[in-house]
Ligand binder design. Structure first.
Ligand code: NAD
Ligand code: WQD
Length: 343
């Protein structure tokens, strides 16, 4: 296997990283996973091994903020590409503990870029977020839609990291960067061997729904029923986790095949279809044949009414398109919750 077909995945034991590792392996890439397990468990690595049959998968427990430890990974392994997932992601916590977020999310990324440059490894894929658009006047948002001032330190780390990658890719010859702006990733692998592992009370909608269906939470609060949307609840672009993982494969293909048209590129990764919170709940109930206790409550502070993606660029340039139906996604989300109950 050449280094061109090897990808270092930072944060690869996490939700998006573990699914991406599976899809890269399925596409004949070799992966090296590094993670400090601050928000994940070794069971994810076991899940990847089971799904792919790759018992020899390389996993190294490393904190990407630890420059010397990270440097050893670069000394010991050959790879041309890195996908940088390693970050903290709880929006509310970032407001209470901003330094924790700036330190971890920016330090780890600068270490990665610095070592990619020093070791002449060309390709950096960064996990960005639709949060950079804030409350946009352009709907659906394109990659040219303006970024709004960040409303949380977490969101700010995404904007700052995008800028760091852009500036470095423009300045350092041979370094290429792509930022993928994910919309709302949901669901789990159809095998139910890997999925999202929320800590404590989930902030995100789908883990809250599956935990409510499982009886762990009493009732789902739908935050706001009076938004200026067709049914009064918020609209989002929910992207299936396997589709999202495959977008990373298409992006790494583009980078390793030398197809980039500029040193730094950005792609929206979503479905292009807005779905309301109430529609998502109804679909979950229908595909899984159950009733979900929910009530409409006050709006959650900081939520925006509607955000969904224009995915033309990803469809045309990456040759990638979301293909899994909302039914399939919500059925997999429930299967994963039931799997969690058994372990
Ligand atoms: P996650 O918490 O499941 O995965 C992140 C992984 O990074 C975890 O396994 C954690 O242990 C690891 N990690 C964190 N700091 C580290 C460090 N210093 N060194 C080594 N490992 C470290 O989160 P996720 O949902 O898989 O998100 C992955 C990336 O995608 C993050 O950068 C996140 O901000 C971004 N993102 C996520 C969403 C979402 O809704 N899940 C949306 C947009 C963007
Ligand atoms: C979705 C909708 C809620 C929980 C967040 C981050 C964003 C990105 C993705 C990382 C909203 C409603 C939710 C609940 C509810 N992450 N909801 N009851 O807020 O769109 O985006 O995750 O980059 O940065 O902000 O996702 O899943 O929290 O909410 O009614 O118990 O579900 O009001 O309309 P959000 P979410």
């Amino acid at each position: 296997m050449t280094s061109n077909k090897t990808v270092l995945i930072s944060g690869g034991a996490g939700y998006i990283g573990s699914h991406t590792a599976v899809e890269l392996i399925n596409a004949n890439y070799d992966v090296i996973i590094i993670d400090n397990l601050s928000n994940s468990e070794l069971s994810a690595i076991d899940g990847i091994k089971k799904i792919t049959g790759r018992q020899d998968l390389t996993f190294i427990q490393v904190d990407t903020c630890d420059y010397e430890a990270l440097k050893k990974v670069f000394d010991n392994y050959q790879f041309d590409s890195v996908i940088h997932f390693a970050a903290f992601k709880a929006v509310g916590e970032s407001v209470d503990e901003p330094l924790k977020y700036y330190m971890n999310n920016l330090m780890s990324f600068m270490n990665i870029i610095d070592l990619m440059k020093k070791y002449e490894r060309p390709n950096v894929l960064f996990s960005s977020s639709a949060t950079v658009y804030g409350e946009s006047d352009d709907l659906p948002v394109t990659e040219e839609s303006p970024r709004m001032p960040a409303t949380s330190p977490y969101g700010n780390t995404k904007q700052m990291a995008e800028d760091i990658l852009r500036d470095c890719a423009n300045a350092y010859k041979g370094l290429h960067g792509i930022a993928l702006r994910y919309f709302n990733p949901i669901g789990a692998h159809p095998s139910a061997l890997i999925g999202e592992l929320p800590r404590g009370v989930p902030n995100n909608l789908v883990p809250y729904i599956t935990q409510t269906a499982a009886g762990i939470r009493e009732c789902l609060n739908v935050f706001g029923g009076d938004y200026p949307t067709p049914d009064g609840s918020c609209l989002r672009d929910f992207i299936d986790i396997v589709d999202l993982a495959r977008a990373h494969v298409a992006t790494i293909d583009r980078m390793t095949q030398g197809k980039m048209e500029a040193p730094y590129e950005i792609f929206n990764i979503g479905t292009g279809r807005p779905v309301s919170v109430l529609e998502l709940i109804t679909t979950f109930e229908h595909v899984n044949n159950l009733n979900l206790p929910y009530r409409i409550t006050d709006r959650r502070q900081g939520d925006i009414a509607a955000l969904w993606a224009d995915v033309t660029r990803a469809n045309e340039v990456l040759g990638w398109k979301a293909s899994r139906s909302l039914d399939q996604t919500l059925s997999a989300a429930w299967a994963w919750q039931k799997h969690l109950a058994q372990i």
